[in-house]
Design a protein around this ligand. Structure first.
Ligand code: NOJ
Length: 510
């Protein structure tokens, strides 16, 4: 694509593809790039115009690909680098954008950089990771690996024991083996990651979702060093790839957007209270009506004020690390949840399968470091056919077993049903695309934060009032005039008020 900037984000609606589980076209039981290409029209028909693909690079898959062995070669199980380039090209032909998952915080122990770094003789990669200067000394701020090679030192881990932390330096070095951010080793790591970005941006990708973006500089409690580091990446991108979109897994937009990210996710960890909405014992989006948006909105407002005009805050429907929406919400509640997700500022992200209300599959044995997350990573259910249309392999070869429930949802049936979660989601995306006040940059003003939650979205040409009532109790909201643009459940409007039945939503143009 020959765009000059990232303004395509202004009305982007993303679809997250977990490539292992999306669509298998060569009957090996695991999804592949050709499967993604085959389903681009499905994604487009749903209304999404951007895609995030989870890591699809060479890896021993100890953490589903977040343990990268080679950043510039794709995992053969998905296809070839040329196939991934075809994904970009085919998406672009359809007016869609593709972002890849960049994992700059750590590699796999199988990465060539790490193998070199383990050697006792000094070489180009000696300082690519964080090593202490003696095997008897542990890393101060992180767990570490020791006794794994003849190098006399312990090496810091960023996540699992097979994911050593790349070295971007310490914000305030205080021990002899701590390196400063500006030392040669940390600077070389930075440049190596820029090369990775260059490689994929030149190949046609449109940006990155950045894994654990806030974790890079060590001993950096307020993130100041990591922010500085990302500002440097920002300068590089502005110069060479101004169209590239950068989305951070950080969960603190006041920090990440200062670092030059365009968007930050609210996450199931961190200070955002995102879990209060969908993933706690009494989620707000429940007919029981016992949840609360109070703390979520207070934190959102604080972040919004700090970041206004600097970038976007994204609220995903879920992702490969969280329970599926359907683990706690029923179909009606999911529809109202989508009315909220698709009328908020920031680019919405829909996790594959959430648009049909896929279940969290209980009781699965962990696959490739998934542990409790495995139940949210089961194969996409396309149809009522063999293996739900995911693959023509024998069932025992499937990457993760399918949801065994007899009434499991599938895309084909839901596309034919006007009342399905799919159809509701599709209409809501179309509504967002047709109304500028519902899009990423239009302002938000919170009006009520209980049942219902009420907010106003506004841009220069339009004002829209949104009333969200997940509770089974009916409610009424006073307002003057307006036109009902869209509703879910029972909604009645008069000149001065709108009343909603239980588990309903109203979207009113003022
Ligand atoms: C966050 C990713 O989303 C998760 O799946 C992964 O395990 C960790 N980062 C480590 O890379």
């Amino acid at each position: 694509m020959s765009e000059k900037n990232h303004s395509w984000l202004d009305n982007a609606v993303f679809y997250e593809i977990y490539p292992q589980s999306f669509r298998d076209t060569n009957a090996d039981g695991i999804g592949d790039f050709n499967g993604i290409i085959e389903k681009l029209d499905y994604i487009k028909e749903l209304g999404c115009n951007a895609i995030w693909i989870n890591p699809c690079f060479l890896s021993p898959f100890g953490d589903a690909g977040y343990d990268v062995q080679d950043y510039c070669t794709v995992a053969p199980r998905y296809g070839t680098n040329e196939d991934l380039v075809r994904v970009f090209d085919e998406a672009h032909k359809r007016g869609m954008h593709v972002i890849l998952d960049l994992v700059p915080g750590h590699t796999s122990v199988e990465h060539r950089w790490f193998k070199e770094s383990m050697k006792p003789e000094k070489n180009e990669y000696t300082d690519r990771y964080i090593w202490t200067d003696s095997i008897w000394e542990s890393v101060d701020c992180l767990p570490c690996l020791r006794g794994i090679s003849q190098r006399d030192g312990s090496v810091a881990l960023n996540f699992f024991s097979t994911q050593p932390a790349l070295n971007y330096g310490y914000y305030k070095p205080s021990l002899p083996w701590h390196q400063a951010m500006t030392d040669a080793g940390p600077l070389a790591t930075r440049e190596a990651i820029k090369d990775v970005m260059r490689f994929w941006l030149k190949a046609g990708c449109d940006g990155f979702r950045v894994d654990m973006a806030g974790s890079l500089v060590k001993n950096d409690p307020d993130g100041e060093g990591t922010i500085e580091l990302w500002q440097d990446f920002r300068r590089f991108l502005d110069e060479e790839f101004p169209h590239a979109a950068m989305v951070s897994e950080w969960g603190e937009p006041d920090k990440s957007l200062r670092g030059g990210f365009h968007m930050d996710f609210l996450l199931h960890f961190g200070p955002s209270h995102y879990n209060d909405l969908f993933r706690c014992d009494e989620p707000y989006f429940s007919k029981r009506g016992k949840g609360s948006t109070e703390e979520f909105i207070a934190k959102y407002k604080e972040n919004y004020e700090k970041t206004d005009g600097k970038g976007l805050i994204c609220i995903p429907s879920g992702n490969h690390d969280m329970d599926r929406l359907a683990r706690r919400l029923d179909t009606d509640e999911i529809k109202v949840a989508f009315a909220f997700l698709l009328t908020m500022p920031g680019a919405p992200f829909i996790y594959y399968g959430d648009e049909i209300g896929m279940n969290y599959v209980e009781g699965l044995t962990s696959v490739e470091g998934g542990y409790g997350r495995t139940g949210s990573r089961s194969p996409m259910q396309w149809s009522k056919g063999l293996n739900a249309g995911f693959s023509s392999a024998t069932a025992d070869k499937l990457y993760i077993p399918l949801d065994p429930s007899t009434d499991r949802p599938d895309a084909e049936s839901q596309m034919a049903d006007e009342c399905s979660v799919y159809s509701e989601t599709k209409r809501l995306i179309a509504l967002r695309m047709a109304n500028p006040a519902l899009q990423s940059n239009a302002k938000i003003e919170w009006i009520r934060n209980d049942y219902p939650t009420v907010y106003l979205r506004e841009c220069s040409e339009q004002k829209i009032l949104i009333v969200i009532n997940p509770s089974a109790q009916p409610c009424e909201v006073q307002h003057i005039g307006g036109k009902l643009l869209y509703s879910i459940g029972e909604v009645k409007m008069s000149e001065t008020a709108t009343s909603l039945g239980g588990c309903a939503a109203a979207i009113i143009e003022l």
